[in-house]
Design a protein around this ligand. Sequence first.
Ligand SMILES: [Zn+2]
Length: 199
Amino acid sequence: MNFSPAIEELIEALRCLPGVGPKSAQRMTLHLLERDREGAESLAAALNEAVNKVDHCQRCRNFTELDVCEICIDPRRDATLICVVETPADVLAVEMSGSFKGIYYVLMGHLSPIDGIGPEEIGLNLFHQRIVDEQISEVILATNPTVEGEATAYYLIDLLQGEGVKVSRIAHGVPLGGELEYVDGSTLAHAFSGRRRVE
Ligand SMILES: [Zn+2]
């Protein structure tokens, strides 16, 4: 026996969420329809709104509802200092730590040749162009201390070699294999102040 087509469709749609298999998708669907129609309505509206309004910042690739995000246009930030991170959640984590007053570049992932994610997919052509065109004094590599994050950092070190910019890697009070967004603020602050020059 199958559920009605609309129910089946919702179950299938919910499976686009990370970590949601058929059983949990079914549970969520039945819950929404049976117990929380209001929640379902506002979920649908919020999804619609976010997908229509949120795009990438033209300068740093972070999510924003503007052409250029609030961090990139903030005149109080040091625009000669760029911190490279993997995700918007990492930007938030670094911001919460209060240890950084420069600007960001958000890769929206990391190099992963096996999944077909090369330099262009994580915006490294645009990033390289910025380093060439702008007065950048230091690039801080804050990709995750995972295998992919390290590989991405090494690629960037290579890419920036000879561009006359100081390159540093955050120190790893950040646990090996850990992700930036789960590291507490003071550990992250130490990781920034203890960053070491790599180029
Ligand atoms: Zn931006």
